[in-house]
Write a protein that binds this ligand. Structure first.
Ligand code: SF4
Ligand SMILES: [Zn+2]
Length: 121
């Protein structure tokens, strides 16, 4: 999330930022809905698990959502770039930690796959 390009894509930087800090009794849903469509949601989620911001909605998670997740995260190593990334326990361990790494691995796999003739089983 330190990447300036990433931050430029953050939807919360383009809309009224107060939405991400709802007052007591105010709904966090509008912010959550926007997070769900944010192009850097995955990067933001990884950042949030590591940085553990105290206040506000991050990656579609409220303070209460994050408290529930606490203690249920572990780290895994991305098979493509070797960086570690946080994973919530209870889900299958993903092989790649980053969309770009997953795409790169898929491209390489497609390149190396022998060309199949049409109709071949
Ligand atoms: S996921 Fe939500 S909090 Fe994170 S950068 Fe996007 S809009 Fe902001
Ligand atoms: Zn990676």
């Amino acid at each position: 999330m330190s990447d300036a390009d990433d931050l430029a894509q953050a939807l919360c930087a383009q809309v009224d930022g107060d939405l991400w800090f709802p007052e007591q009794g105010q709904s966090a849903q509008p912010a959550k809905d926007i997070c769900a469509r944010c192009p850097i949601l995955q990067a933001c989620y990884a950042y949030t698990l590591v940085a553990q911001p105290r206040y506000g909605v991050w990656a579609g998670l409220t303070e209460r959502d994050r408290r529930k997740l606490q203690g249920r995260t572990r780290t895994a190593t991305c098979a493509e770039c070797g960086e570690t990334f946080p994973v919530t326990s209870g889900i299958a361990l993903p092989k790649y930690g980053h969309d770009e790494c997953r795409a790169q691995a898929r491209r390489r796999r497609d390149r190396n796959r022998p060309k199949q003739r049409k109709g071949a089983a």
